[in-house]
Each structure stands twice: as structure tokens, then as C-alpha cells.
Design a protein around this ligand. Structure first.
Ligand SMILES: C[S@@+](CC[C@H](N)C(=O)[O-])C[C@H]1O[C@@H](n2cnc3c(N)ncnc32)[C@H](O)[C@@H]1O
Length: 184
């Protein structure tokens, strides 16, 4: 598994164009289905889709992307709601689902009314990824997750969780696959 931060990635113009074209082709449909809050998230979503597609290479339909802290529509308590409000809906997973990309989102908050592949769990649990087979993931993605205010408050240090997740990610991500993390 190779580790990549968004800022360390070479910016691939063909994949940017592909991600933009794909997102434009489903944008209206996504707005009608999930609400026009997508407008506020467009540039972050485009950036995340671009980075994921760049790592997937030429075909994305047969790849598997695991989105850690993917976003949620149901918060788990008052504190969680107070921190996240409705600003962090699972736009990347919704998009990958609409585009037919292999994906699985994991979040501590709920997504009961959503149609994408989702597993509700606390990523601080050291066995949280045990249900995922060895070397089955092409890209493990964490967008705006390790700087999550909820995590920083409860763990004190987000780097701590990234390090703790590494052995689990090494097991499930393919040797030629990637762990991609972003920080906005
Ligand atoms: C800042 S939001 C980012 C959402 C999405 N990835 C995006 O880029 O818009 C962080 C997400 O991490 C989730 N989260 C926080 N702590 C978590 C934990 N311990 N386990 C799983 N998910 C968690 C929150 O519920 C929230 O949806």
C-alpha cells in the first residue's frame, strides 16, 4: 500500500477532465435527488473525485474505494449534531454510487435513507475493518476526516487515529493500492 496526501499528489489533467465531465453529467440528477446543498460542496467533491480517479487509473468500474468518515445524514447525538450540522453529507459516496464505481462508506453517523453501500461504525474501534477481506480495496480515502473536530476533541490528536488505522489498512488495501487522505 502506498500512502498519499492530496497535497503530495501530482495533478493529473486527464483525470481532472474525466472527473469534471462525470460530475457534470450527473450534477442535476444529484441535486434533484439529494438537494441543492451539492452546490456548496461542488469544488471539494470534484477535487475528491479527481484524486480518487487519478489513483484508480484507467478503469474505475472494477475498482473498490473505501471512504473513511464518508459523511452522514443522521448524527449520533447532540454533540455530534452541533459539530457537523448537515454540512457533511456523504457526497463522494453518493457520486460513486451514481457513477457505478465500486465503493463502501464508513461513518459513525447514520445514513439509513441513502442508497450507497454503507457501514455504520466507529473507526476508533481497533477491529472495525475486520469484516473487509484482505487486499480487496484499491483506494482507501479519508477526506476531511483526520481533521474532524469530533475526533480531535475525543482523541486529542488526529494523527493518533491515522497511525492506529494503518495496520488495518495495510491488510485490506491491495499491495499496489493507495491510502489517500485529504485535509481542507
Ligand atoms: C468533516 S466530516 C467529512 C465528511 C466527508 N468525508 C467529506 O469530505 O465531506 C467528518 C466525518 O467523520 C465522521 N466521524 C467522526 N468521528 C468518527 C469516528 N470515530 N468513526 C467514524 N466516523 C467518524 C463524522 O460523522 C463526519 O461525517
Amino acid at each position: 500500500m502506498k500512502t498519499k496526501g492530496y497535497s503530495l499528489m501530482e495533478r493529473s489533467v486527464p483525470h481532472y477532465n474525466l472527473a469534471r465531465e462525470k460530475l457534470n453529467s450527473i450534477g442535476v440528477q444529484m441535486g434533484e435527488k439529494y438537494g441543492w446543498g451539492i452546490g456548496n460542496k461542488w469544488s471539494i467533491l470534484l477535487s475528491q473525485l479527481w484524486m480518487v480517479m487519478a489513483l484508480e487509473g484507467d478503469s474505475f468500474e472494477d475498482k473498490m474505494v473505501l471512504d473513511l468518515g464518508c459523511g452522514c445524514t443522521e448524527q449520533i447525538g447532540e454533540e455530534h449534531s452541533a459539530i457537523y450540522g448537515y454540512d457533511y453529507e456523504p457526497w463522494l459516496c453518493r457520486t460513486m454510487n451514481e457513477l457505478g464505481m465500486g465503493h463502501l462508506g464508513i461513518d459513525i453517523g447514520g445514513n439509513a435513507a441513502e442508497r450507497f453501500n454503507f457501514h455504520q461504525a466507529d473507526l476508533r474501534d481497533p477491529s472495525v475493518l475486520d469484516f473487509i477481506p484482505d487486499h480487496s480495496v484499491d483506494v482507501a480515502h479519508a477526506g476531511q476526516f483526520f481533521n474532524s473536530p469530533y475526533l480531535i476533541k475525543h482523541l486529542g490528536c488526529h494523527e493518533n487515529l491515522r497511525e492506529k488505522l494503518m495496520p488495518q489498512l495495510e491488510r485490506i488495501v491491495k499491495p499496489e493500492g493507495f491510502f489517500l487522505f485529504g485535509r481542507y
